[in-house]
Design a protein around this ligand. Sequence first.
Ligand SMILES: Nc1ncnc2c1ncn2[C@@H]1O[C@H](COP(=O)(O)OP(=O)(O)OP(=O)(O)O)[C@@H](O)[C@H]1O
Length: 676
Amino acid sequence: MGKISVPATDLDSELTAERTHLTQSRAALARMRGRAESLFSAGADIAGDAYSAETLGRTLSRRVAELADDPGTPLFFGKLDIDDSKYHIGRRHVTDDAGEPMVLDWRAPLSQSFYRASVRDPQGVSTRRRFGFVRGELTSFEDEHLDRGEELGTRSRILTAEIERPRVGPMRDIVATIQPEQDELVRADLEDSICVQGAPGTGKTAVGLHRAAYLLYLHRERLRRSGVLIVGPNTAFLSYISAVLPALGEVEVQQATVDDLIARAPVRGRDADAAALLKHDPRMAAVLRRALWGRVGKPVEPIMVSDGSYRWRIDPEPLRRIVDEARREDLPYAVGRERVRARVVALLQRQSEYRTGNSPNEGWLRRMARIPQVRDFLDNVWPALTPEALVVALLTDAELLARAADGILSDAEQAVLRWAKPPRSVKAARFSAADLVLLDEAAGLLEREPSFGHVVVDEAQDLSPMQARAIARRSEHGSITLLGDLAQGTAPWAAADWRDTLRHLGKPGAVVVPLTVGFRVPAAVLALANRLLPALRVDVPEAVSLRRDGDLAVVGVPASEVDAATLVEVTAALEHEGSVAVIAADAAVDRLRAHLRAAGLETATPDDVDSAARVTVVPATIVKGLEYDHVVVVEPAEIVAAEPRGLHRLYVVLTRAVSRLSVVHAEPLPGPLRGA
Ligand SMILES: Nc1ncnc2c1ncn2[C@@H]1O[C@H](COP(=O)(O)OP(=O)(O)OP(=O)(O)O)[C@@H](O)[C@H]1O
């Protein structure tokens, strides 16, 4: 098992042996990939029919993708000595031709000790070794002899180097340096829904992505069938994180924004703020439910059918019983409607059997289900509906709204909801973004959504109750990992208490776990951002930064020199390695971009993670979840003034810097930052 026999004292020869093991493991991986590729090309011949060829092809092509070897990423990053065996720990299993492991997947049960073993609880580990790499080359290692009481913890040089490395391009995985408290979350059981309240840069996103990879490893078949979904705040964020799971060999995870999930109709309308806020209010779920079920009527007419020489009749009384019973079953509306139809047909069938002595055939049953008398009965008593028709009716028909909202919404609130100009038809309706949450709620009342096996929701503090319900419908039979920071809530409906969000998500029992060790923002920068915390009125623990490095500069200039001062800061930042971001109020972004371009600086937009330009100009409203080595924040007062929760936005903006932060301002700094 990955055994190396070297004189323990000779570091150089030990390094050589480890390099040899790396080379041999790479070669073994190449052979594994070669075998998968030849199976893939032979797949069509092996599989009998087109369907199994297709399935096999997909499995094999995924296997080939999983076995891709990126020369820039180390194949293993650690080693455990347990008893007399040595195990290299890496991104995936690598076995030699005899099937013996050369590298253990970081998710394997044994690998857990790499992340959790300590002097107090060595878990059988005598030595833990971490490897240092430079551009894929193994250059160093660092040992902790747990059996001799040696433990480095966060003083590890290799961990420090990883945390302090300059950032370029999209987010990377952290498998080599997952911390014990993070690992407990990553390896939580599939059945457990968890909520992580973590200050900026504590690794929430990293934890969520690694948990997805871990669960896929452990429950591959089950989760492949039901699927794993990652929900993020916007497309810039999704492209930033999109490379992490493929780098861990997981190529089949869906990523979406909440808006993507509920995009049933194009957004062609706009709401006033008050209407949007109300449409995201959980009371709307009750209103919609009532509006829908109010459509179910009481049968008063019999159903009479002439069938050849026979006549069948069902009286109102048994019809009422069928309808009442179906209502009590609490099925989605459309399913209930079909249930009623089936029971009506069953009564007809019973009459036919009684009179003719024969069981009617399939064709007869199908015909009865569609005959005008049964159809008319259903249309009267349990009419077919679409989500669009229900929502349009609710927003245009004052009487319907009044009935459905009675005791739930005030008259004034009902007036806020009603469309000023009713559309000519359901098709012509111009739905707003907030209407889409109503449409999705309505769709969920009509029919059940397929449920993912696991859903990871990032930046969850911004979920409205109605958005949370949309996610709940998609994770009804699965578990969730909820990640967020109440202090970073910027949506008008942002959560103040995780318990509320968890209730709307249908997971009221989930534990809320805090993360407080910050891996991104240097201590000096965090101290500045933390000055805002008391004003944000949320009860969250402060982050403590692991980083002692980092610079902070606050530059006050006259209003006419803000752009020029920004250019000076950016130019100075470009002297260092790593990415540079200019973050400003959305309204100032075009102006700043033009100013930088006029000075000959190429700039990228935040969703273009592969851009060659080193400088990105980012509107404050989409920088959540992202990070850059050097951040230049332009005019904090303007960022705060731009929206009702502007101080929360500023807190997000100030916590994006990995190494250095410059704040350029002409207007006075917002109160809590003054005197910084
Ligand atoms: N154990 C770790 N080892 C090395 N780097 C880490 C570790 N945990 C987190 N990081 C790094 O710290 C940075 C912040 O992590 P991440 O984006 O996951 O934090 P977050 O809590 O989601 O932040 P935010 O609240 O701002 O969205 C990332 O660059 C991540 O790779």
